[in-house]
Design a binder for this molecule. Structure first.
Ligand code: SF4
Length: 321
């Protein structure tokens, strides 16, 4: 039975090194790259993937989630919703007509996977509910791999995970047999970031230019787990991205039942305001960026402080750097 080595490529250094290792060991003809496009990427990522394809000779397939069906079902649910029961806090759980009007006005697929996912969910992901990785990356990668298995291939899924990246990855196994002809291989578990840069350099492959522009990791622009320094750099160098996020916040808060949704989740300890809309304004992307510009003696709200460690991505799948 033929074996295919599938490497999840994010545009970051670890996945680039993983791709190079797979090619070194098994040859480009037995390796396939996949890139799960969240739609919340920096343009430099797409350019870098083109560069990697040219440098390695491996085609990197782009996978994009589509939530058209989910959004259509949500529209139907909201339009029909007649529930009148109250939640544990005594507040009505049904959609008010005002909330329905708000939501139905914005609940249309945009074609952008990240935005459409959040419109469907009526919220942005958070560290505790990191459904972005699951829905935009893991599910897409698994679907692709299952497709290969159904064609009769044994699939080895290569993941660029390092144990020293985060707590969640501290116990990452190097090799796992999932079953049904699917295996997971994490060749970098014992590597350091410096090992990764050095290995790519030894193969003549440049790192993504975003590393030289203040980004600690390459992934969503920004990631919901971005730290203070990254947000500061993003605001300074790529102001068009916070602007896009601000537009998304407006749409997603309108798609939410209570009319409040912020990109950096309020559950991380934002400044709480009872009214949902006011709460969203107090904690929107520009408020967070303003906070990111301050020193610890500046405007203090605890938003993000827990994330200000540079190793914050909670994903254990190795799909987000
Ligand atoms: S990079 Fe961050 S925002 Fe993007 S999918 Fe991963 S965890 Fe979610």
């Amino acid at each position: 039975m033929s074996i295919i080595h599938v490497v999840s490529v994010s545009g970051g250094k670890d996945s680039a090194a993983t791709l190079l290792l797979a090619i070194e060991r098994f040859g480009a003809e037995n390796v396939r790259g996949i890139f799960c496009d969240t739609g919340n990427e920096h343009e430099e990522v797409y350019k870098y993937l083109e560069y990697l394809e040219l440098a390695t000779g491996v085609v990197i397939a782009t996978l994009r989630a589509d939530f058209t069906g989910e959004i259509a079902r949500k529209r139907m649910f909201i339009a029909r919703d007649q529930r009148t029961r109250r939640g544990a806090d005594g507040r009505k759980v049904r959609w008010t007509n005002k909330a329905k009007r708000r939501a139905l006005a914005v609940l249309h697929p945009s074609g952008n996977p990240f935005l459409d996912l959040c419109l469907w969910k009526g919220r942005f992901p958070s560290r505790k509910a990191q459904f972005c990785t699951e829905e935009l990356k893991r599910n897409m990668a698994v679907e692709y791999q299952l497709g290969l298995m159904e064609q009769g291939y044994t699939v080895v899924s290569w993941q660029g995970v390092r144990r020293d990246e985060s707590q969640n990855r501290r116990n990452a196994k190097k090799f796992e047999r999932v079953g049904g002809g699917l295996y997971i291989f994490r060749p970098l578990v014992e590597w350091s970031a410096m090992d990764v840069f050095a290995y790519c350099a030894s193969k003549g492959v440049q790192p993504n230019p975003l590393y030289k522009q203040g980004m600690g990791r390459v992934g969503c622009m920004p990631c919901i787990n971005a730290n203070k320094a990254e947000l500061k750099q993003i605001a300074l160098r790529f102001p068009e991205h916070p602007e896009r996020i601000s537009q998304w916040e407006w749409k997603v808060l309108n798609a939410s039942k209570r009319g409040g949704a912020t990109f950096i989740p309020a559950e991380n300890g934002g400044k709480f305001v009872q009214n949902s809309l006011a709460h969203a304004k107090e904690n929107d992307i520009y408020a967070v960026i303003e906070w990111a510009q301050t020193s610890r003696g500046g405007k203090q709200f605890s938003l993000l402080t827990a994330l200000d460690d540079g190793t914050a991505c909670a994903s254990a799948y190795g799909l987000c750097e």
